[in-house]
Ligand binder design. Sequence first.
Ligand code: ADP
Length: 169
Amino acid sequence: ARNSNETGIFLPHLVASMEQVEETYIMVKPDGVQRGLVGDIISRFEKKGFKLTGLKLFQCPKDLAEEHYKDLNSKPFFPKLIEYITSGPVVCMAWEGAGVVASARKLIGSTDPLQAEPGTIRGDLAVQTGRNVVHGSDSPENGKREIGLWFKEGELCQWTPAQAQWLRE
Ligand code: ADP
């Protein structure tokens, strides 16, 4: 019933439209780019089966970093965090799928890489909170907010992955 239509023909785009599709903003931070981890990090979300809708290499200006992390602006580490995020290019990504926000946070692992489980990005690839290689939105609302901050409308693409019918029954 989830993907039925009058003709009975399978239409992958109906699957997406009938589920609670979420978006999340994922970013490879400057240390991830400098350490050559971009491909590995993108690969994990790609292999999981989420849909990439935006991707770019970008030198983040200071005001955007401050806006992105505004909830943390009273923290003692805030100035160093802004310096870190603007210290070199980042890879900005928008990913889409049912449950993508919470699932991406699990794939990323705990904020402190020493506490992050093996198998997660931070658990496998990092050793310190101040250099934890990747960002992922913490709620669907922030997913939308952050994608709006980091991407212009023309930079996002809607498409139907060929694998859609093999990902969900
Ligand atoms: P997360 O990125 O896991 O959602 P937070 O929202 O708590 O974590 O923090 C945002 C980012 O700020 C972290 O990913 C990390 O880069 C940085 N950060 C957080 N806590 C610290 C800290 N104690 N010292 C240095 N940097 C920190």
